[in-house]
Each structure stands twice: as structure tokens, then as C-alpha cells.
Design a protein around this ligand. Structure first.
Ligand SMILES: Cc1ncc(COP(=O)(O)O)c(C=O)c1O
Length: 468
């Protein structure tokens, strides 16, 4: 393919309706065109090489340009590109299901293959409803989620997503979902200890279950670390205590590991290895194929599966599935990506590199424009705020517009200096390919440091404020 740059922009503006399209800009967007990628780098239309800070969209584990991935995909596509998963079976999806069951914690031995993260979340939520219907508890359907959660863009995924602006102008099933307050320790009231904050957030869950009635609550859904909500790392012990509460009240625990799975936190799954919990269901996607092809999965506890199958099934079929469930080519990509992660010991690599990554990330706090830094494993976030503006009592929507601009300003400077970040309002988030090396982490954070300083200087001039 070799369309001229102008042609790509024209098609982009005239035809492609993008995810999260900012509609006022339609028709005159000048998005960067990514033309090729290699290792941890992408190359834009000017040939500029950029470190891929967000790792695609939190998905590029093994790095770009892997010949053996292309070969595994081509081999499967030539041999048998598609198979009807409703009535047939084949090697790639069965082998992948068995592999995921082996890697999953506890008794999560049943694997439902989906097309991505949102459909994995939908599958989990629909399973919860199906399960309770079959068990004769049709009222046990409410789902508890949390502020800042992101669980996808399907109707159900959006229904349990707790990011306000994502829901603006859309409908969700408001009778189904309930949102607990943010677990971001940086947002706790001044003077409140971390322990007291953790106690309060754990109590939120139990209080909500008691308020709704445990017989009405089907599940609690939580990302171990809230990713696109701003890399929110909950206080220590929070998740485990929530899991214990769920068990006490017979509420299923869904760990949404779409971002935290496949090495992002140095383990195949973070639930047990990092947080000491064994969820009833895990959803995953993204790093499952390292983003080379779309695929997701819901992993389900064998105990639950047994409760709805065989003589317990009451004649039921699980009437849910997708044309592309267990797509053989996508499964071949997942198997190869997992093989590479194993062979190159990328989980160990992440665990070894993470302390340095986090140390460099947290060192950014010395810059006055930086309000907070957060991270774990190889995922991180910098939150910037112009404190004098925040303290001036500026109107909320004006401040929001300004802060959105802030992330984009930093992104622009980063781009000039050779780094792509993902601006989310006043946040820049990172989840670089897991193959990143120590000197490349340094390069990435040196660039970010310089880009934030440049943004700060620019703002000082424009606003006539002294920030440093
Ligand atoms: C935690 C989490 N769950 C679900 C999703 C939805 O995944 P997908 O975009 O593959 O549908 C995302 C996407 O970012 C996510 O971060």
C-alpha cells in the first residue's frame, strides 16, 4: 500500500469514523500517520522514529515486527483460516484454551474465547445473569463497579464503565450498575491516612451490597489496576479485602485483566500473583496476542462451570457466542505470542526492570507541573495540574478543557523529541512494549521530563504565572 499522505488524510477525514471520535474536529483532523513499526518504535509519515510509550493501546507486549508472528499467522491462514466454533473444533483454539487454563490462577480452567476485551466483559456479565437464572435466583443481577473503571464499549461494558465522560450522550442500563467512589489514594482528603482511606473504600463495597441486598447483587467487577481511568493503583490490601467480602456475601468477583494480563505487571495474570486473589471470572484481551490480531477471553472457575453443566444444566444451552469466537488465526497468534513471552522470559524481565521504571517515573514529581505519578510493573501515569488555576476556583468545564489541552501539549513536545504518549486529559499514560530495555526506559523518561518542562515554561509565558 502506498497512498500519498494527502490521500490518507482525505480518506481519514471523509470516511473513517474513529473510535472516540471528537466530532467537532471531523473533516480537518491531521492525525499522525503511522507507516511502520519495529521493536518498541513506530515511524510516522515524516519518517520520525518514536518510542511507543502506550505500547499501542496497552497491548504490544512482544514488540513490533516479529517475523515468527507473521509466519505463524500466515501458516494458519493458509492451512485453515476459519472454522465454525458453534459446532466444530480445531487445534489452535483448543490448544490455546488449554494453555490459558494452565496459566490461569486457581480453578479458572474454562475458557470462553471472544473477539476482544469488551466482548469478554459482556460474556462475563451475561454468564453471571445466566448462572443466577439457572440457579433459580433471577433477582441476583446487579453489578457493582467503581468510578473511573473502564470495561469496554459494548452496551454492557459501557454500563459498568465508571468514566462519566465516556457515557455522555449515550444510554446505559442504569438499573443494572452501581459505582463505588474512586479508589485513587491521591484523591483522598487531606490528613486522611492510607489505611483509613483503604478501610473506607472497602467499606463502600460491603455497604453497597448490604444496601442492595446480597440476594440482588450478581457480581463485583474490578480492574486490578484501573488503566484508562488513569492508572489508579488501589491501596495495599484493598482488592483482597474486597474479594473476601464478595465471598462472604456470595457475590461473584470478576477481575478485568484486559490490561494487567500477559506480563504487564510481571505475571501472566495479576490477580493471584500480585494481589493474592482468586477471582471467579477473569476477562483478558490485548496482550493475549500482543495486539497482532484481535482476541479476548473469559476465564471461568471450574466450580461455576460445573454448577451449570451436566445434570445441573436443566436442559440449558449457553446461548451466547460470536462468529469469530476462537478464530483459528487469532488463536495461532496468541499461542505464538505466549511462546515468545515464555522463551524470552519477558515476565522475569518486567519484574527486574519495573523498579527502575518506577523510580524514574516517580522522580518526575520534582517538576511543579506534575501533580502525581502512579504505576506498577510496566504501566505508569503522570498527572499534571496547573495548581494556581485549580486553586483559583476556575469553572469545572473550563478547567477540564484546559487540562485536556495540557495532556495534548505534553504529547506534542514528546512527539518532537521522539516519544509517543497517550494524553488522557491532564494525564499521560505509559505501557511500553515489555521488550523495552533499561536504556530505552531512560530515554523515554528523559524525553518526558524535558517535554513537561517545555510545557511548563510555555504555560508560564502564556498565563503570566510562576509555576516553578
Ligand atoms: C480494563 C479493560 N477492559 C475492557 C476493555 C475493552 O477492550 P476492547 O477495547 O478490546 O474491547 C479495555 C480497553 O481498553 C480495558 O482497558
Amino acid at each position: 500500500m502506498s497512498d500519498p499522505i494527502g490521500q490518507i488524510h482525505e480518506h481519514d477525514n471523509q470516511a473513517w469514523f474513529h473510535p472516540w471520535e471528537y466530532l467537532p474536529d471531523v473533516g480537518h483532523n491531521q492525525r499522525s500517520i503511522i507507516q511502520r513499526a519495529e521493536g518498541i518504535h513506530v515511524f510516522d509519515e515524516h519518517g520520525q522514529r518514536l518510542i511507543d510509550g502506550p505500547g499501542g493501546m496497552w497491548c504490544m507486549q512482544i514488540g513490533y515486527g516479529r517475523k515468527e508472528m507473521a509466519e505463524a499467522i500466515a501458516e494458519q491462514a493458509l492451512r485453515m483460516p476459519y472454522m465454525n466454533p458453534f459446532s466444530l473444533t480445531s487445534e489452535a483454539p483448543t490448544r490455546l484454551a488449554a494453555k490459558l487454563a494452565e496459566l490461569a490462577p486457581g480453578d479458572l480452567k474454562r475458557v470462553f474465547l471472544t473477539t476482544g476485551g469488551s466482548t469478554a466483559v459482556d460474556t462475563a456479565l451475561r454468564f453471571v445473569h445466566f448462572y443466577n437464572n439457572l440457579k433459580g435466583r433471577p433477582g441476583k443481577k446487579h453489578i457493582i463497579s467503581r468510578e473511573h473503571a473502564y470495561h469496554g464499549s459494548t452496551y454492557l461494558g459501557a454500563t459498568v464503565t465508571g468514566k462519566d465522560r465516556d457515557r455522555n450522550w449515550f444510554d446505559i442500563n442504569t438499573g443494572l450498575s452501581h459505582f463505588l467512589p474512586s479508589v485513587n489514594p491521591a484523591g483522598r482528603p487531606a490528613g486522611m491516612s492510607l489505611q483509613a482511606f483503604c478501610d473506607a473504600r472497602v467499606a463502600d463495597l460491603e455497604n453497597k451490597i448490604l444496601e442492595l441486598g446480597a440476594d440482588k447483587v450478581g457480581a463485583f467487577i474490578a480492574e486490578p489496576i484501573q488503566a484508562s481511568g488513569g492508572v489508579i493503583v488501589p491501596p495495599e490490601g484493598y482488592l483482597k479485602r474486597c474479594w473476601e467480602i464478595c465471598r462472604r456475601h456470595d457475590v461473584l468477583f470478576i477481575a478485568d485483566e484486559v490490561v494487567t494480563g500477559f506480563g504487564r505487571l510481571g505475571h501472566w495474570f495479576a490477580s493471584e500473583a500480585v494481589f493474592g486473589i482468586q477471582p471467579d471470572l477473569i476477562t483478558c484481551a490485548k496482550g493475549l496476542t500482543s495486539g497482532y490480531l484481535p482476541l479476548g477471553a473469559m476465564l471461568l472457575s471450574e466450580r461455576l462451570f460445573q454448577e451449570v453443566s451436566g445434570s445441573n444444566a436443566n436442559g440449558a444451552s449457553f446461548g451466547h457466542g460470536f462468529t469469530y469466537s476462537g478464530h483459528p488465526v487469532c488463536c495461532a497468534a496468541a499461542l505464538k505470542s505466549i511462546e515468545i513471552i515464555e522463551r524470552e522470559q519477558l515476565l522475569q524481565h518486567v519484574r527486574a526492570l519495573s523498579p527502575h521504571f518506577l523510580e524514574r517515573l516517580h522522580a518526575l514529581r520534582e517538576i511543579p507541573l506534575v501533580f502525581d505519578t502512579r504505576g506498577m510493573g510496566l504501566v505508569g501515569c503522570v498527572e499534571c495540574r496547573v495548581r494556581p488555576l485549580v486553586e483559583s476556583g476556575m469553572d469545572g468545564s473550563e478547567l477540564y478543557a484546559f487540562e485536556t489541552e495540557l495532556g495534548m501539549r505534553i504529547d506534542r513536545h514528546c512527539h518532537e523529541l521522539g516519544l509517543m504518549v497517550r494524553p488522557l486529559t491532564n494525564l499521560c499514560v505509559f505501557s511500553p512494549p515489555l521488550v523495552i530495555q533499561r536504556d530505552e526506559v531512560d530515554q523515554m523518561l528523559d524525553i518526558l521530563h524535558e517535554a513537561i518542562l517545555r510545557t511548563q515554561r510555555e504555560l508560564e509565558l502564556e498565563l503570566g504565572l510562576k509555576l516553578s
